[in-house]
Design a binder for this molecule. Sequence first.
Ligand code: NAD
Ligand code: 6OD
Length: 485
Amino acid sequence: MAALLRNFAGNSWIETGRTFANVNPVNGTKVCDVSEADAATVAHAVAAARRAVEGDWGRMGDAERAALLRKVADRMEARFDDFLAAEIADTGKSQSQARTIDIPRGAANFRIFADLIRAYPNESYEMTTPDGAGALNYSVRRPLGVVAVIAPWNLPLLLLTWKVAPAMAAGNAVIAKPSEETPSTATLLAEVMQEVGIPAGAFNLVHGFGPGSAGELLTTHPGVDAITFTGESRTGTAIMKAAADRVKPISFELGGKNPAVIFADCDFDATVEGMARAVFTNCGQVCMCTERVYVERPIFDRFVRALKEKAEALVLGRPEDAGVDTGPLISAGHRDKVLSYFRLAAEEGAAVVTGGGTPRFGDDRDDGFFVQPTIWTGLGDDARVCREEIFGPVCHIAPFDSEEEAIARANDTDYGLCASIWTQNLSRGHRVARRIEAGLVWVNSWYLRDLRTPFGGVKLSGIGREGGVHSLNFYSEPSNICIKL
Ligand code: NAD
Ligand code: 6OD
């Protein structure tokens, strides 16, 4: 991997002279330096993007643009091992997850939106007029222009490309800002864009932090036409304020405090297996992870014991080691935040079923950012650890006695990203799913994704929907043309 990751704007690689360190969360060592974009670099990227929208890229037909995006997917696959190594170095996530989800999905995002843009219809309506001759309305879709894509660190390539691909498919020029914690795969993506001949300025990359850095410079830049963001809800608030002056379109995928509702008639073993994934995947650092588990009282004790066993069987360690299930948290700062919730749970009176601390390895991993998979019981729904997003390998399990109670408690949250319901009674599955206030509800599953389906949250979990045509609807704007016949 390069010793210094650079910004990319207008087909040129840019060093600003100011750098920050990219740290390996497995042992706290430096992976590489990253050039932090300054105001001039952001302005350069915005100007290059504008030229692309008004130039070759903006004039290109859908078919040609789609063909180029397929080449991006092909090239990402050809460089699979580079992407894999980079994602793992930045995140410490397990090989198996990066190999089966993050990298293939990053490439798939370009292919699916290349296909979808070719099949994206416009509307037309004939209308009657007083003179009897009638009129014809039809809509045409235009790109928004220059789109800022601001991404988090938990699924870095997957979540960046989930926005970059449809934005580009719809004909926008993008300026991508990956998280400061995970700059590497975005930099490889810029290389790929250059290698396959994406026109200058259609894809740009700026590195840096949020406030006072590349993130804020982008969201406040008057030349940015729209902002698409995935991250914490309170960052969403800051970005919304920045976008307000120019009423820029925004699409927000934000935090969650996702419930699971487990009925006594569930397939017990499959449910425990599913919940172990839902709570502990990626060390709990998936926005859809479950942090609140409600279990019908007759199976409560058995379920707690079974999930405890699963948690204690998880192998924590280096991504490259065979059999490792879970890596570290992303940073020392995030580790400290999660540990502060471990302390808070004790203060709030939680019973610790398992975990609650940091593992000891006796090697350099002790300088990394690992925490133990953790389960609590015994708290009321008003405890802060049951209300605030922790974003770690942790859940609280509580018993319930009726369907009504479970629905009310699942919905008693400021968030509304997703939920899962576990029952073999399909009527109940449908009935409960409809009443859960969340953008995504799974029945007898978790994180089972068809990329054409709407994705997003309600309440503090976001604004808007992406996925399939929902993405294309956000990244383009219809204009209605009315022809008097
Ligand atoms: P974050 O909000 O701290 O950062 C996300 C991105 O925003 C980073 O690139 C960061 O540099 C940038 N940023 C921060 N402050 C900014 C500002 N004021 N202006 C412009 N940019 C700014 O989030 P994170 O810690 O990287 O990610 C974890 C969070 O993301 C969790 O809350 C998680 O639930 C959420 N998330 C949500 C989804 C979803 O689809 N709903 C997906 C993944 C993660
Ligand atoms: O799979 C996806 O499309 C998606 N948006 C996942 C989000 C994961 C959040 O951490």
